[in-house]
Design a binder for this molecule. Sequence first.
Ligand code: SF4
Ligand code: SF4
Length: 292
Amino acid sequence: MIGTLLLYCSRVSKKCPGRIKIIPNYLTLSSHLFPLTKNIILKRHSLIIGMVVPLPSVPISCRIIALVQERNSLFSYPLDHLTDTIRATGFQCKCCGQCCTRAYNGHVFLLDRDSATARTIDPASLEPAPDPEFCDQNGIFYVSGYAVRTLGDAAGSCWFLENGRCRIYDRRFSVCRVYPYMLRRGVDEYGRVDWRHIMRLFLHGALQQEIPIEDCLRIARETREYENAALAHEIAFLELMREYFAEHGLHHDPERYDQAVRLIPTGKPVTVMVYHDQDLEEHIVQGGSGAD
Ligand code: SF4
Ligand code: SF4
């Protein structure tokens, strides 16, 4: 059961090749907690909000508790500190459009409110998010939400990217609004866990620009609100999965997970249940395209 999940490193180095396979019997929440930039995973450990958690030994209830604790940590983080960091960093977007491609940033994970917006604008823009968290003994996947489909080009451009610009800018999604700011714990290449504030610092945009303090405070508030919403979404998904599995006599089956993942490249259809708004929506995915 090797290599069904891929994780992306934001700092390519000799230690980290940039894209590595992990043993998938490690819990990964990457599709929700790292909606745009997946994080460094080294030494066969999966980083989950500062913890390394092996999947088989961690019941869903424990994961929920861990996420609740993470939410508490989020709110204990001083907003003034984040505001000061934003001001000191002075990041300015250069509108290069790179962050709207999967080649640069992975998929755009959608919270429920975002999925609802995307459905209003163009239902075809939605697809089940990659890297489903669970697979039951019948080979059915479960994933915590939707992602934005790509245009199918080599870069994996967002469905809404047009001539390097967002064509739904005023209605863009939650993570698009806060990117590249973040407020979550991550681990560096030395294994140190600490808070991170800006994705891909030094790799895009301009730094040391003047940002009015009121803008810094607004960004800080919006960033924390987004991180809280992402955690709340994940908790709600896990709570539903706990009940759903219990009610239907199902359980996560790592072997079936692996088998089902291997089916995808063959073009055989697989069923993916997508969490949305306190419910699961069924999709038949073929060839990994996300098409129904
Ligand atoms: S919705 Fe707009 S801002 Fe968000 S990733 Fe797509 S093109 Fe970029
Ligand atoms: S946030 Fe960064 S990657 Fe995205 S458009 Fe701006 S400069 Fe480019």
